[in-house]
Write a new protein. Structure first.
Length: 71
């Protein structure tokens, strides 16, 4: 399941960050472990591709939502 989400996020990022972020917000809240995975994956991919501002914003958003704090 995680590999499927990874591939989907990577494809959405090709279209643009907004596409991937929209998917993230739609999926968030359904499964705490999946939320953590999706945020972490997207942060990692953004960082590696030089999208440091997006990665920073996602990290702040993740912390504000408390994702990963108790998982």
């Amino acid at each position: 399941m995680y590999a499927t989400y990874s591939n989907l996020l990577n494809r959405l990022l090709i279209k643009g960050f907004e596409e991937a972020h929209s998917f993230l917000t739609q999926q968030c809240g359904k499964d705490p472990k999946l939320d953590l995975f999706i945020y972490s994956h997207l942060i990692k991919v953004c960082s590696k591709s030089g999208r440091h501002q997006e990665a920073s914003n996602l990290l702040k958003e993740k912390k504000a939502k408390g994702i990963g704090a108790s998982v």
